[in-house]
Design a protein around this ligand. Structure first.
Ligand code: MLT
Length: 334
């Protein structure tokens, strides 16, 4: 009997070694702010398949699209207290909880996908990850890149700052974005992302801004007609994990989660490169009309950078934090 017992024990030990550190299989929940078809979903799906692959199928996760688990800002609170595992949301909805992240939401700082990748994946991004763990109790483990937030509205083509006159524009509850619209003479309406489609449909607000890919994923073309190609904010959308959940993981699990986040990040950048132009054409074929801002956006740029940047130096950790980013991107410091 003893021999038989030993054999079984030895077999069990081998099985444990072969499996993922004998960890208990887990199915995580991932909140996603947007609907399907956008970069948030693409990042989430890529993360799940990489996680499954890296844990030999023992850990997986499910996506809950369209704000089913709460508004994007609510999901930061839920992850902070450990009642939610993961969330994918726009960076502007993390800034209220971790102000230094605001460096990446200052208008006209990130001017391309390459800028976004450089800043998020280098030492500046790493510092923002650490600050966000400290300030908000969540850890950024991956980044989706969604493109510039273009302005959409249901009333009229907008080419100049003056054309904004009379429009009620929804913005996220984000002080930097509110200040940006104020610099253009508009008093915007802060509204949770999960309420925005209804707000546009019921004409509580006339317009909003988000990338083409997000406009498509949210079916905003059903309630918006005019698009202005603003480039004030390049949308970066992190995948966050609850720090409490992360700290409960074994080191092996943590490594798998981090590596899966990195793979999903690379996938998201490629998704944007492959899909943005196609999605823009699709929106035009559905009746959206696109306008470029007058004079290469010069008036929008000067009003926003001059009025908004200095207001937020303190909250981002000093003007030197902005200068670190500008220098990293090969631009002149202020
Ligand atoms: C917002 O406008 O609140 C967000 O940027 C939307 C998003 O996550 O796509």
């Amino acid at each position: 009997i003893i021999t038989r017992f030993n054999k079984i024990a030895a077999l069990a030990a081998t099985t444990a070694l072969l499996s993922f550190g004998a960890a208990q299989a887990k199915e995580f929940k991932i909140a996603v702010g947007d609907g399907g078809g956008g970069t948030q979903e693409a990042l989430g799906k890529a993360f799940i398949s990489a996680l499954e692959e890296k844990t030999n199928g023992e850990h997986t996760a499910s996506l809950f699209l369209n704000g089913q688990l709460g508004s994007e800002q609510d999901t930061v609170n839920d992850a902070a207290i450990g009642t939610l595992d993961f969330s994918i949301l726009a960076i502007n909805n993390i800034t209220p909880f971790s102000p230094s992240v605001g460096t990446l939401t200052l208008p006209y700082v990130i001017l391309s996908l390459e800028d976004a990748e450089k800043v998020t994946q280098g030492p500046i991004g790493q510092e923002l990850v650490e600050n966000t763990v400290r300030d908000a109790g969540v850890r950024i483990i991956g980044w989706a890149y969604s493109g510039f937030r273009v302005l959409t509205n249901s009333a009229k083509p907008v080419e100049t700052v003056e054309d904004l006159d009379g429009l009620v524009i929804r913005v996220p509850k984000n002080e930097i974005m509110i200040a940006t619209y104020k610099s253009w003479g508009v008093n915007p309406t802060p509204m949770a992302w999960s309420e925005t489609f209804a707000g546009l449909q019921q004409k509580v607000v006339d317009g909003q801004d988000n990338p083409y890919i997000t406009v498509y994923a949210m079916k905003f073309d059903e309630v918006q007609k005019y698009v202005t190609n603003l480039r004030y904010l390049f949308s970066i959308e992190p995948l966050i994990v609850s720090e409490a959940v992360f700290q409960d993981m074994s080191e092996e699990e943590q490594q798998a989660v981090l590596a899966a986040g990195q793979e999903a990040t690379e996938f998201s950048a490629q998704f944007l490169r492959d899909k943005e132009a196609e999605i823009k054409e699709e929106l035009v074929s559905r009746g959206m009309e696109i306008t470029d801002p007058a004079n290469d956006e010069a008036e929008f740029i000067s009003l926003a950078t001059e009025a908004v940047w200095p207001q937020f130096y303190d909250s981002i950790g000093g003007v030197e934090k902005l200068n670190e980013v500008l220098t990293e991107l090969g631009r002149d410091p202020v």
